[in-house]
Design a protein around this ligand. Structure first.
Ligand code: PMV
Length: 332
């Protein structure tokens, strides 16, 4: 029997991927730019089983107990394992165990961390060390486009060439260029009611979608410049404008997709007040009600303290920019 474990981070999109140009291959309609995280991690352990066995898919919950994965999670993992089997021509039965350090399916990109971890673990079990381009493609083919970005650390743009929507991701700046923090304010840990895949599909039906496509190249440029210059005010403008627009597109899709909750806005207002009070802090949201509160290292303690006093926040996950996936000694 041989086994391998990989840990891979989630990421938070600053410019969002929302809408697909090719649903089969999971190619986006626009370039996105994200920040890879370091504490929101999926770990995936793969163990080979005897030839007569059948694949086992396990989930390790927060209580540390192993339970058989079921429902959409089992289906998603099994389908992706089959794709990886074809790619690597590896057919030995497997025990697949996955765990997350953060709520799953709640709009904190658990599919990005989970599928990038699975892809690297599978390649490693087959004795391969894939390039980041190949790893990104393997992760993306799971159907989670954001997984394409989790294979790199720091600030990551996907597609790397905005003029070629099928190009691989590239690192825009390394993690130590601007070591931003992300305090993830969980206001509802339950899985979202509409999957991002369905949200991507509906996005193109929003009457505002063409306007978004026109505005995005300029916003991407502004964000890139803000990151390079470490200009937090310009960064906050681009990030918040983009976060609101993602949800505006979702809410005006046909039928509408509504991810915000009253608590989402309560935290967002609070963050804007903190910025008016002089803190370098801004907020963004993925496809879910939870809020990513981004801030500079020097202001992290004050922001953290302020958020701790907000009763609508059920869990505050302190995270920061980080490196990509790695093989780990941890066996689930
Ligand atoms: O990768 P998916 O299919 O889970 O979609 C991600 C969608 C957003 O999180 C809203 C945006 C993004 O770029 O991560």
């Amino acid at each position: 029997m041989s086994s391998v474990s990989v840990s891979s981070p989630s990421n938070i999109a600053l410019i969002k991927y929302w809408g697909m140009s090719d649903a089969e291959q999971t190619f986006p309609v626009n370039a996105s730019l994200s920040m890879t995280l370091s504490r929101c991690i999926s770990t995936c352990t793969l163990e080979t089983l005897d030839c007569e066995a059948t694949d086992e898919v396990w989930w390790k919950g927060e209580d540390g107990l192993l339970v058989p994965a079921n429902g959409p999670m089992r289906k998603g993992i099994s389908q992706h394992v089959l794709r990886l089997r074809h790619h690597f021509d590896f057919w030995q039965p497997l025990r697949i165990i996955t765990a997350n350090t953060f709520p799953t399916g709640a709009g904190i990109a658990s599919s990005a961390s989970g599928f990038s971890a699975l892809a690297l673990a599978f390649a490693s079990l087959c004795g391969q060390a894939p390039s980041t381009d190949l790893l990104s493609a393997l992760a993306r083919l799971s159907g989670s486009g954001s997984a394409a970005r989790s294979v790199l650390g720091g600030f990551v743009q996907w597609p790397g060439d905005p003029g070629d929507l099928q190009s691989p991701p590239r690192q825009f700046a390394p993690p130590d260029h601007w070591p931003l923090h992300d305090l993830i304010a969980v206001v509802d840990p339950s899985p979202k009611s509409v999957s991002s895949r369905e949200g991507h599909r509906r996005a193109l039906s929003s009457p505002h979608f063409p306007t978004r496509q026109k505005l995005l190249p300029e916003r991407l440029k502004n964000l890139q410049q803000a990151i390079l210059a470490q200009d937090f005010a310009a960064f906050a403008d681009a990030v918040e404008c983009e976060a609101i627009e993602l949800h505006m597109i979702a809410m005006t899709s046909v039928p509408p997709v509504f991810y915000w909750q009253p608590a989402t806005l309560a935290v967002f207002y609070h963050v804007q007040q903190l910025r008016r009070d002089g803190l370098q802090v801004c907020a963004t949201f993925d496809a879910g009600p939870n809020i990513h509160v981004l801030c500079t290292p020097v202001h992290q303690p004050a922001v953290s303290e302020a958020l701790r006093n907000l009763p609508v926040i059920r869990q505050l996950i302190p995270d920061r920019i980080g490196d990509g996936p790695s093989i780990t000694e941890i066996q689930l």
